[in-house]
Design a protein around this ligand. Structure first.
Ligand SMILES: Cc1cc2nc3c(=O)[nH]c(=O)nc-3n(C[C@H](O)[C@H](O)[C@H](O)COP(=O)(O)OP(=O)(O)OC[C@H]3O[C@@H](n4cnc5c(N)ncnc54)[C@H](O)[C@@H]3O)c2cc1C
Length: 453
């Protein structure tokens, strides 16, 4: 069967590949243009919650993700001094939402989606940097750094927080990124963790461990079936301790062509200083000193302000993922939202039967996802503040809330979020989109002009 539309996806990150799978499954001819020469080979663990897993399941990829995920049973949240604040259960997650939350390394997440895309017939071109975007009478097009021009029926800008597509959509002027925190993602080999009675129990347990301290927090857990312990340390700026100038220019994605941005090495001394200054308990002090220098990656975490629009004037160029709504990772939702975006966009575009229908389909995608992702972004910000409270009356109130809830049995979310995360995890995008599309864009009511492919 001839493909319906020709779609160019700029960016082969999690968002680009996931969206390519969804679109290809609906019969579109999809090409992904990725500036890096190959797939990413580094990065820490990402959590995949049920809202994203529902989309992944609809792509036939759930089993593969379950195979490569690091098994965990509980998520223990400690105070920085070692007291237990809460214990979350993955079984509770499954009971309430139908899926265990998965813990997968970034590069594995991307690779599974890439393989899924290739199997669906998606063409992936590595080493292709998009330099310019155009949107003329003839339709949207991109120009690569080589000078090659490619035309499409629809262009999806899945090109990350420092998107090339976004300024084009915003009429040539980009928004300013909002720096949030600095994250040091570290990998400690099992041999080191097992060498100390303080740290060995941490890697032996099938668990995620968080420590929440003043202006800082950790999220850690074993990886590669116990071969290593991955530990991410976040430092949030304060009035008296702002982000170092070198950490302000946010760079959440890898740019092989840009010298400075490419320097992602974190300084382990800053991690050790951070845990000592903030008085972390002895287990954290111990594993921080074990981090090999070559295993510490620096992430400059930032978020985007809400954008006026995600869609170009013609309705044929659209943003997705971090390019549209980069958020702080304090609810573990950035990638999950990009997965949702791709699922929703694929469903919407499936209702378009001609080129003239595309702008309307894309608009429905924007209507569904923009408000939702902005709300999640705000919740992630609140969660970051919550995790990093300085000792004082607010923190005592928070801890008292945790203490009361400790007695209330198995739960999937930490106390502050109680009753509030169901709107994120419980979301079934296919169902929600179906309702909206039936209203705005009934089946069989396309305008009926032949697609250009
Ligand atoms: C420390 C940290 C922890 C996180 N933890 C979680 C978590 O637990 N759960 C979760 O869901 N999310 C998490 N996130 C968020 C998640 O990593 C991002 O939201 C997600 O990776 C965004 O994917 P993306 O594809 O939109 O962007 P990116 O991953 O940035 O991909 C964009 C791609 O576009 C390419 N590109 C850019 N410009 C061009 C161009 N001009 N031409 C061609 N290609 C181009 C880039 O090379 C890149 O491959 C975390 C983020 C951080 C920083």
């Amino acid at each position: 069967m001839a493909p319906k539309f020709h779609v160019l996806v700029i960016g082969g990150g999690i968002g680009g590949f996931a969206c390519a799978v969804g679109l290809a499954r609906k019969g579109h001819a999809v090409t992904v243009l990725e500036r890096s020469a190959s797939l990413q080979t580094w990065g820490g663990g990402l959590l995949i919650s049920s809202n994203a897993l529902r989309v992944i399941e609809s792509y036939g990829l759930l089993g593969r993700f379950q195979e490569v995920a690091e098994k965990w049973e509980r998520h223990v949240i400690f105070r920085y001094d070692g007291g237990v604040l809460d214990v979350l259960s993955n079984a509770a997650n499954e009971k309430v939402f139908g899926y265990e939350m998965l813990n997968v390394r970034r590069q594995v997440y991307q690779r599974v989606l890439y393989e899924g895309a290739v199997e669906q017939g998606v063409k992936v071109r590595f080493g292709c940097r998009v330099e310019k975007i155009d949107d003329s009478e003839k339709g949207p097009s991109v120009m690569l750094s080589t000078g090659e021009t490619l035309l499409a029926d629809l262009i999806v800008g899945a090109d990350g927080i420092k998107s090339t597509t976004r300024p084009f959509i915003l009429g040539g002027r980009d928004v300013k990124l909002q720096p949030n925190s600095t994250c040091y993602q570290c990998t400690i080999p099992a041999s080191l963790m097992l060498s100390s009675p303080l740290t060995a129990p941490l890697i032996n347990e099938r668990a995620i461990h968080s420590w929440w301290g003043p202006n800082t927090h950790w999220i850690c857990g074993r990886k590669s079936n116990g071969q290593s312990y991955d530990a991410a340390f976040f430092i949030h700026p304060t009035a008296s301790s702002p982000l170092p100038a070198s950490h302000v220019s946010a760079s959440n994605s890898h740019d092989p062509g840009k010298g400075k941005d490419n320097d992602r090495r974190g300084d382990v001394r800053e991690v050790i200083d951070g845990v000592q200054t903030h008085g972390y308990e002895e287990r954290v002090q111990a594993f921080a000193k074990m981090i090999p220098h070559e295993n510490c990656t620096l992430w400059k975490v930032a978020q985007l302000p809400d954008l006026p629009t995600w869609v170009s004037e013609s309705g044929r160029i659209v943003l997705l993922g971090d390019a549209a709504h980069a958020m702080s990772p304090h609810l573990g939702q950035g990638a999950a939202m990009t997965i949702e975006d791709g699922g929703v966009l694929s469903e919407c575009l499936a209702r378009a039967s001609s080129l003239d229908d595309i702008p309307r389909a894309v608009k429905v995608y924007e209507e569904i996802q923009k408000g939702r992702t902005e709300k999640v972004k705000r919740a992630a910000g609140v969660s970051g503040v919550w995790k990093t409270m300085a000792d004082g009356p607010e923190q005592r109130k928070r801890d008292e809330g945790f203490r009361k809830r400790m007695e209330s049995g198995e739960k999937y979310e930490f106390w502050r979020a109680s009753g509030h995360l169901a709107w994120i995890y419980g979301w079934d995008s296919k169902l929600e989109v179906g309702k909206e599309l039936d209203r705005v864009f009934p089946v069989g009511k396309g305008i009926g002009q032949r697609a250009r492919i």
